[in-house]
Design a protein around this ligand. Structure first.
Ligand SMILES: Nc1ncnc2c1ncn2[C@@H]1O[C@H](COP(=O)(O)OP(=O)(O)OP(=O)(O)O)[C@@H](O)[C@H]1O
Ligand SMILES: [Mg+2]
Length: 271
């Protein structure tokens, strides 16, 4: 569950101390253009094993693009990504499969297969990608559904589940691939407010278990409570980062202060 192969350099080490070997993800000089739009402008970021990093910033600042470039859903224009010490070569495609096996992603919209039950949605990755036998995949999927509080919904189809329940199935589905790192892109922002808490509770549980997590979120209370480090992005750059107490309590950059003043005044209105 917690990505044993990548657990070197674990808890207690600050991001700065994280050695290359103990670092789950290293990003160097990442740039991304969409046509003439220079969306990521030189991102350098290390995520240590077992670290919980929350990424915040205004709409359009490049947060989703960053996550999508990390796991090669988007092709970055320049730069390097290393996952678990292995470089991902975007030209040759070398390392992409290993990286995808190590890095799970949970999206804002859950992207469940509508014609498959919750159980089948969680089983499909282990069955198809990891070639596990059905009994093993089923056992794992049932354990993960229990973990996200949905044992009684194993046979339900997504259309019969609430948004919060669907997102919990999506988290179980990501966990079924036994990733070393989980990336979350605003996992609660398409949910009705009363359903946000149940998804955040599952994420807090994962964090307590030592899961390495990168969470793009507008939930500042979650970031404050769970993050080891908060990264503030604006206009394709990391403007400022630090422990949540420091970043929220004593932001050093004017852009960070302006953003926080705006989102902390209007709960949920970060975009
Ligand atoms: N597939 C795409 N094609 C062209 N432009 C894109 C694409 N995806 C994102 N962009 C552009 O890249 C910029 C950054 O978008 P991105 O989705 O990464 O921002 P974000 O920080 O995640 O914003 P939000 O908080 O609204 O989700 C925006 O200007 C956006 O229009
Ligand atoms: Mg986004």
């Amino acid at each position: 569950m917690s990505g044993a192969p990548l657990l070197k350099g674990a808890q207690g080490s600050s991001p700065q101390e994280a050695s290359a070997a103990g670092s789950s993800i290293q990003i160097r000089g990442m740039h991304k253009y969409f046509g003439a739009n220079h969306v990521l402008r030189g991102i350098d970021l290390d995520i240590a094993a077992r670290e919980r990093v929350c990424v915040i910033g205004p709409s359009g600042s490049g947060k989703s693009t960053l996550l999508r470039c990390i796991n090669a859903l988007e092709d970055m224009s320049a730069g390097e990504v290393t996952v678990g010490g292995h470089a991902v070569d975007r030209r040759s495609g070398h390392g992409v499969n290993a990286m995808r096996a190590a890095v799970g992603m949970v999206f804002q919209r859950f992207n469940l297969f509508p014609h498959k039950t919750a159980l089948e949605n969680v089983m499909i990755g282990p069955l198809v990608v990891r070639k596990q036998d059905a009994a093993h995949a089923r056992g794992l999927a049932l354990r993960l559904l229990a973990r996200v509080g949905l044992s009684d919904k194993a046979q339900a189809y997504p259309g019969a589940l609430s948004g919060g329940q669907q997102q919990r199935v999506a988290i179980a589905r990501a966990l079924a691939m036994e990733p070393a790192v989980l990336l979350f892109d605003e996992p609660t922002s398409s949910l009705d407010p009363e359903l946000v808490g149940e998804v955040l509770a599952v994420m807090k549980d994962l964090a307590r278990d030592g899961m390495t997590m990168v969470v793009v979120t507008h939930e500042m209370d979650f970031a404050r409570e769970v993050a080891d480090r908060v990264v503030f992005m604006d206009q394709g750059q990391i403007v400022e980062q630090g422990p949540p107490q420091r970043l929220f309590g004593d932001p050093r950059e004017a852009r960070t202060r302006a953003f926080l003043a705006r989102v902390l005044r209007t709960p949920g209105g970060a975009g």
